[in-house]
Design a binder for this molecule. Structure first.
Ligand code: NAP
Ligand code: ZN
Ligand code: ZN
Length: 353
């Protein structure tokens, strides 16, 4: 490990899968020549934070400080930093490093780094040892190559969720060529899903929302959906059988994936971004008769994340948020599990003082 100076900062995290989050102290490194030190103003609350804090994907290292939708102000920069200066707004998403030399990193697909990316929390920390700590904290120090610029016209708090929910939906929508003339289904209107609706609409597609919540119908239309389907109602589901070019599934819990594969046209694709704890059984005959593809997608690379932020800046897209204090995080997790959020909690980090 490098011999570097550290400073202690306040953070919020958990020391066990079944323990509530509470205030803790963590160490942040002093900025090295390529580092940017960011005072965190806002951090979005992603369902992945909850999955990780509660060890639902197994492999959580404790203590765990979640948070990967970070917007803040630059408070210091290393001597070699070119892109940022003190006082700038800056953002950090799900990645803080990667090998930077494998074929995927060179292509700008750092999220699929062959040697393993370094995620903002719960990854091995190359600098200080132990694990990386996320955005539920007062500050973070990140190599400038992994720091993003925030469009000036967007509200900084409502921009925070773009750093995960925004890029996780933008990347597959772009990869599967969503745009004019395409009918696209978005399944699950939570943090990711509501961003998926806004972005797919801005890309020019016809957007159909599939929700288990009748209470989200009006919102789905306001977010830009051309039509809304109550996914629990078989008759309503039949309306789109065999009609969709692409389906983006952002559901966080167990559900019947075959019902959504059935909505695809011949050669259509369903990409999973939602990451439930248990496997989702797929019937062979949900795929074979229509040469359909069942795929997955993980966040996005750095260049694409900046592209997404610029796209959102151009189209005036931000998340619909409910601001909370850091001390309300346990209550927010309980509400997230009930689908009771419209549509992303964002923590006002000034409350952690
Ligand atoms: P969220 O805000 O909690 O939204 C999840 C939505 O799923 C809910 O609003 C609800 O939508 C639907 N849902 C929940 N329980 C359901 C159930 N039992 N049956 C059917 N639908 C249900 O979560 P999020 O932050 O958007 O994250 C969604 C998932 O994506 C999580 O698993 C998260 O870990 C994962 N994720 C993946 C990536 C990636 O890179 N692939 C990145 C970030 C997050 P309706 O009320 O509309 O039905
Ligand atoms: Zn996330
Ligand atoms: Zn790599």
């Amino acid at each position: 490990m490098e011999d570097i100076k550290v400073k202690e900062v306040k953070a919020f995290g958990t020391s066990a899968a079944d323990a509530p989050l509470e205030q803790m102290t963590i160490k942040r490194r002093d900025p090295s020549p390529h580092d940017v030190e960011i005072q965190i103003m806002f951090c979005g609350v992603c369902h992945s934070d909850l999955h990780t804090a509660r060890n639902e994907w197994h492999g959580t290292i404790y203590p765990c400080i979640p948070g990967h939708e970070i917007v803040g102000k630059v408070v210091s920069v290393g001597s070699e930093v070119k892109k940022f200066k003190t006082g700038d707004f800056a953002a950090v998403g799900c990645l803080v490093d990667s090998c930077r030399e494998c074929e995927y990193c060179i292509e700008g697909l750092e999220q699929y780094c062959a040697k393993g990316n370094v995620q903002t929390y719960n990854s091995a920390d190359k600098h200080l040892g132990k694990q990386t700590y996320g955005g539920y904290s007062q500050s973070i120090v990140v190599d400038e190559s992994f720091v993003l610029s925030v469009p000036e016209n967007l509200d900084p708090a409502a921009t925070a969720p773009l750093l995960c929910a925004g890029i996780t939906t933008y990347s597959p929508l772009k990869h599967w060529n969503v745009g004019p003339g395409k009918k696209v289904g978005i399944v699950g209107i939570g943090g990711l899903g509501h961003m998926g609706v806004k972005i797919a609409k801005a890309m020019g597609a016809e957007v159909i929302v599939f929700t288990t919540s009748a209470g989200k119908f009006e919102d789905a239309k306001r977010l830009g959906a051309d039509d809304v389907v109550l996914s629990k109602d078989r008759e309503q589901m039949k309306r789109y059988a065999g009609k969709l070019h692409f389906v983006l599934d952002a559901v966080s819990a167990q559900h019947d994936i075959n019902a959504y594969l059935n909505l695809l046209r011949v050669d259509g694709s369903l990409a999973l971004v939602g990451a439930p704890e248990d496997p989702l059984p797929v019937a062979a005959f949900s795929l074979i008769p229509g040469r359909k593809s069942f795929a997955g997608s993980m966040i996005g690379g750095l260049a694409e994340t900046q592209e997404m932020l610029d796209f959102c800046g151009k189209h005036n897209i931000v998340a619909d948020i409910e601001m909370i204090n850091m001390q309300q995080i346990n209550e927010a997790y309980d509400r997230l599990l009930k689908g009771d959020v419209k549509y992303r909690f964002v923590i006002d980090m000034a409350s952690l003082s």
